[in-house]
Design a protein around this ligand. Sequence first.
Ligand code: GLU
Length: 493
Amino acid sequence: MPVHLGQNVTNEVRVRIAPSPTGTLHVGTARTALYNYLYAKRHHGKFIFRLEDTDEVRSKDEHTADLIEGLHWLGLTWDEGPDIGGPFAPYKQTEKVAHYREIADSLVASGKAYLAYETVEELAEIKGDTADGHSRYDNRGRNYTAEQLEKFRAENRLPSIRFRIDEPRTVTWNDAIKGPISIDTSTLGGDMVIVKSNGVAIYNFAVVVDDVDMEITQVIRGEDHVNNTAKQILIYEALGHTVPEFGHVPLMNDIEHKKLSKRRHGESVHVGSYKNKGYMPEAIVNYLAQMSWTPADDREIFSLAEASEIFDLGKISKSPAVFDTQKLDWFNGHYIRSLPLDVITERSKAFIDASKLHEYSDTQLKELIGSVRENLTKLSDVSEHVDFYFGDTLTIPEDIQASVLNSDSAKQVLNKALHSVGTMPWGDNKGCKAIVDSIGKELKIKGKDLYWPLRAALSGKTHGPDLGLMLSVLGEKRVKARLESALGLCRSC
Ligand code: GLU
């Protein structure tokens, strides 16, 4: 048996998400993280979270916190990382600066990379704009003489390290999503910087070192990285490492087919904004998952766990995805209606004025939320729907007063209801409704003429949750106060 040498001798699937903490968690990054997570679960492998935090100026701790919180909120927990007690922390590139440098030096020693001494001004002159719109380095650093190098050193110039990109050559790979891809190395911009003159490794280099170190088997990331992949394959070769499988996920556009970006779309690309507005993480996960991937059985609604069993990278669409908030709202409404009422009640609490919550027990809150959840698209809508339940009295809008309370029958109904308060079986929705119906029978008033004055008095609206439930949840004190106050309005009208 030949000994299996090289990366990942166990053949375990190992994938990762590697965002930079230069911004908050973008919905596109969340979808890529999700596809990586699903791929890992489907193949009983590991999902890793690594922070590409080498940009000292733009990396921010609050962005790191947001990325972590967002991924946790979506349920995309990772399987490895520094142990900080509780969930793992992410791996960080800043902890490996010396390691990248060491590997880059080994490439210099083997002639696959070299020290390049051009100043920023010289580089600007060299690059210019080429006919195809791509600026490129003219590889002059390959040919400096010993004297020239000596002169640069004497001037105390700090070199960057450039990796040699041979041209002409075609780099090819069979992309797990896009199929065969070929990139001509002459389109890659010339020999590339892998370590800047300040000693910081460039993304295309650090990412390869990390993916090798972490024994990554599949690199699943956004389509915007296709050209980077060609560069990275050249680095894998130079380092003598097995190239992982690559899968490039299509970009995400808005409904007008414009790329989703923070600049153009503001907070609506930020996963945390959906949390703040009362979206269900289950809905976001389902929506993002089905955006570019359709399960073999065409089902549209599925949980993270269900998707983990059937996810197929090869079935990801090649065409751009469309982020459509109306469609997301449809998914969210579905989950608000179908998740256990306990869960929805607990999550709704964050959207109800905390100073009011004590008015009801948890069981009553559950009924109260249950009575309105059909109408909710997101939980931030909950307060406008349940607001009338709180407080002894409420303000009845003038148009409702005029159209509903301004009649003799309304006065009769409210009077009779007020006298029946003592007989209401509080806590029994059907029993309360039965009392209302018996009032109607006795007064020979039915339909709108019976129900609307009561609804107006109790909720300030003519439509809403089941009347029996409203009475039963509101309870004796509130019902009495509200009927009295509505009757007061009746008398004056
Ligand atoms: N920081 C890069 C990004 O978020 C990582 C790309 C990769 O996965 O290699 O786009």
